[in-house]
Design a protein around this ligand. Structure first.
Ligand SMILES: *Cc1c(COP(=O)(O)O)cnc(C)c1O
Length: 813
């Protein structure tokens, strides 16, 4: 990209306040943390409820960024850079994308729908790339921001665009349409996802169809309700199963290794695809239809479709051998996604040392030497300690790069692989699919059994933002990461949240805080149950104690005095009714006398804990706790003339008593995706999915039994699948014997007989599945709520009981 800044003012309808009106920009950024920000960057200071881009401007100027799109010039930055002042910086980003898009004139395909957008996009890229230089949305960049950033990636070498667009409510699609300006549209499967944002499904479909207002051809499944809503003048190119009214009639039969599709269109021809499930077949048909509309021959379509492959779109963070962390992006290697992966590496690195294993990079259009010069610059900018290049082109082009280790192909790398070459570092594994870097990941990954607890880090951020949206902007947030982050992994949660606005972390024991400090977390940490024996190490690691008794306070002050500390932060806990820990009313006087004129410690906060904030029937009791808190904390602040942070609400408190949010709240279970009631639950995203695989499937005849104690007796022939997860992994035995179930390929498989220590058996009669298939123990279904209800416990216990032998895998979309 190269845009002179004189074009920016009119394109953004902005007011220019600058010092250097004659310069070009060559990239756009919205992320202050990106190491890719430089003198050629145009930085858009987006504002959200969670982060305000304006606050990072002084630091960015320091780093050399000179052009900013802002809604005001931050105090102190006047005259230090160029500012484009607009009322709404997000709209300005979109206006810039609109301006940028119209500089290029080539066909663009746009995809929307409820499911399958990203897969159709990736498959089309694969199917069409032999003939076009394609620009496509990286990953699933389909939002109001993502679409704009995707389009800004266009350069003069591209001759086809494939962009996806997603909306969650009305009036969003008309903003994306002029940015994408498609000529071919694809409507993928319309499901019930995101229905909350729309009044009804007709409204949802109509809003999505606004993307296609100006297309020449629209590919979609024939369905009278949808077709009736298509804007006038749009030519529909429809398909249907055994549907004479569709333009293309398709007959579908299962075939060895997948599905055979017979297309009736200008004659008849067959396409075989290596998938059998409904969603994949539909997505493949969308691709074939698009190829037909581009006049591809039946032979070419059939030949290319046979090579479709499963798409893995997520960057996954995995534990590696020798204390390494692996970031697995072994799926594609184009320049755009390399930029994203390197930023991800920087933000998720757990070690000083960074290794990148990179295949040949594909970016249609650029000359090879230009492309690799850009790649080299990117790698250098990210301070990568070692680059392992696999492929003939990268080996040649980066030969002079410092600390570069070339390999001809993946086979050569695997043959020479030594585990000892990888110690205590974060490794980004990034390769085009044809390089089969999944085989490298297998070698680098720590070996454990197949059971994993997958943690969706996007969902954690989403849930945090949901609760923030219910709070005043100035209210501080403490996130509870005790008990290994409610089982979800305290370090990764803390690391993810260190990029969000979180003011405190809460742990139960000093050891948990020390682990976080050792892993590089610098957010203030409160230890909720400090033991006197841990005071010494708490001070060494800058952890702040909860003080709940005079005895404890005396001991801490004595140590602070001995160590010559001044104003060490402490947090006073009041017992307003929980009767667990804390000062009661008659102890306040003693507390005041201990704290008065004492400079060794400083009361950073005063708090209390609600015992029934989730129970509407105890509303009066809760309000009484709150009024005691108000009264007692006021006694303390007046007697000591201090202004500490006050806080009393946990997750359900935030939901039910937002008027009592004081200066801070303590968010726990909600962050991990578990709400109090169905309404609250609807706003949250699932965070943890416990998964395992089918070890063996067998047929059990009527009259035989399954498992210990012969507790299940087959009444007819049943298919039984054995899963390698048991009560030692934290699945309670009470969940067995017909009470609980797992989900296999979307279907419920009831647990048969008693759960064993390391295994359990489920009934898969009539379920299309095979050995090696995934079984979901909990996640979207069954939910932890469901399990808790049956087991007569609470979701907290289910989450925190998952044993540490279950590997945690973290991912971000
Ligand atoms: C665990 C805990 C919380 C968080 O409670 P949730 O119900 O999970 O939100 C808040 N405050 C204290 C003192 C806690 O121990």
């Amino acid at each position: 990209m190269s845009v002179h800044i004189k074009h920016i003012t009119p394109a953004l309808y902005a007011r220019f306040e600058g010092i250097q009106p004659d310069m070009e920009i060559d990239n756009v950024s919205i992320d202050s943390r990106s190491l890719q920000n430089n003198g050629g960057t145009l930085f858009f200071a987006l504002t959200g409820q969670n982060r305000d881009g304006h606050q990072f401007i002084p630091a960015l100027i320091e780093k050399g960024v000179q052009n900013f799109v802002v809604n005001h010039v931050p105090a102190g930055s006047e005259g230090k850079a160029n500012f484009f002042i607009v009322p709404d910086t997000l709209k300005a980003l979109q206006d810039f994308a609109i301006y940028y898009r119209q500089l290029y004139n080539f066909p663009v395909i746009a995809i929307t729908g409820s499911n399958g957008k990203t897969i159709v996009k990736e498959w089309l890229n694969y199917l069409l790339s032999p003939d076009y230089n394609i620009i496509r949305s990286p990953k699933s960049y389909n939002s109001q921001v993502g679409v704009a950033l995707s389009v800004i990636g266009i350069n003069e070498h591209h001759d086809l665009g494939i962009f996806e667009a997603g909306i969650s409510t009305v009036d969003e699609m008309e903003k994306l349409e002029p940015i994408i300006r498609p000529v071919i549209g694809i409507l993928t499967h319309i499901g019930s996802a995101h229905d909350e944002g729309f009044e009804n499904s007709a409204q949802k479909v109509s809003e999505k169809l606004k993307l296609f207002t100006h297309v020449k051809t629209l590919v979609l499944q024939n369905n009278a309700e949808v077709i009736n809503l298509v804007p006038d003048g749009v030519h529909t190119f429809s398909w249907g199963y055994n549907d004479e009214n569709a333009v293309v009639n398709i007959h579908r039969v299962a075939a060895a290794g997948g599905t055979q599709l017979t297309f009736s269109y200008r004659g008849s021809f067959d396409i075989n695809i290596p998938f059998a499930d409904d969603a994949s077949v539909e997505n493949a048909i969308s691709c074939a239809m698009t190829m037909l509309s581009l006049d591809y021959s039946a032979e070419t379509i059939a030949a290319r479709m046979a090579g479709l492959y499963p798409v893995e779109l997520r960057l996954q963070v995995k534990n590696g051998i020798n204390d390494c962390t692996i970031i697995d992006d072994s799926f594609n290697a184009d320049y755009q996604s390399l930029k994203i992966a390197l930023d991800f590496l920087e933000q998720h690195k757990t070690h000083q040392e960074k290794t990148v294993i990179l295949s040949d990079v594909f970016q249609s259009g650029f000359d090879t030497s230009v492309l690799y010069a850009k790649v080299a610059k990117l790698l250098a900018g990210h301070n990568i300690s070692r680059v392992i290049g696999i492929g003939e082109t990268i080996s040649r082009e980066l030969a002079d790069f410092p600390n570069f280790y070339p390999y001809k192909d993946t086979k050569e790398f695997l043959a020479n692989f030594k585990p000892s070459g990888f110690n205590d570092q974060t490794i980004l594994v990034k390769g085009a699919r044809s390089f089969r870097f999944d085989e490298i990941v297998v070698l680098l990954e720590e070996k454990t059994h197949e059971t994993v607890l997958e943690i969706n880090l996007n969902a954690v951020v989403h849930n945090l933002n949901f609760y923030k949206s219910r709070l005043k902007p100035e209210t501080k947030i403490m996130v509870m990461v005790k008990a290994f982050g409610y089982g979800a992994g305290s370090y990764e949660i803390a690391k993810t949240l260190s990029h969000e606005k979180v003011d405190y972390l809460g742990v139960a024991f000093a050891d948990e805080g020390i682990d976080l400090r050792n892993a590089g977390i610098s957010t203030p940490i409160i230890v909720m149950n400090p033991e006197n024996t841990a005071f010494e190490s708490m001070i060494a690691y800058n952890l702040e104690p909860e003080i709940y008794s005079a005895k404890e306070l005396r001991a801490f002050i004595a140590l602070a005095q001995q160590k010559n500390l001044s104003n060490y932060p402490i947090h006073i806990k009041l017992d307003t009714g929980m009767h667990r820990l804390g000062f009661q009313e008659n102890q306040l006087e003693e507390l005041i006398s201990l704290l008065r004129n004492n400079n060794f410690v400083e009361v950073r906060s005063i708090f209390s804990h609600l015992s029934a904030s989730d129970s509407p029937q105890f509303r009066d009791f809760t309000l009484e706790q709150i009024s005691k808190f108000e009264a007692w904390s006021t006694v303390l602040t007046e007697a000591l003339t201090i202004k500490p942070i006050r806080h009393i609400l946990n997750t359900s408190g935030i939901y039910h008593y937002p008027q009592s949010q004081y200066d801070m709240v303590r968010l726990g279970i909600g962050l991990y995706g578990v709400g109090n009631d169905a309404t609250e639950q609807k706003f949250l995203q699932n965070v943890g999915t416990l998964k395992t695989v089918i070890l063996q499937i067998k047929q059990v005849p009527a009259g035989d039994s399954v498992g210990y104690g012969r507790r299940y007796m087959a009444r007819q022939l049943v298919s039984v699948a054995t899963l390698p997860i048991g009560y030692a992994d934290g699945i309670r035995r009470a969940w067995g014997n017909g009470k609980g179930y797992v989900t296999i390929n979307g279907r419920k498989a009831p647990i048969l007989g008693s759960i064993c220590m390391d295994m359990l058996m489920v009934d898969v009669t009539g379920i299309d599945c095979k050995e090696g298939d995934t079984a979901v123990i909990f996640g979207e279904g069954p939910t932890v709520h469901e399990m808790a209800e049956v087991l007569e416990t609470i979701p907290y216990e289910i989450l925190t009981s998952i044993s540490q032998r279950v590997k945690r895998v973290f991912y971000k979309e």
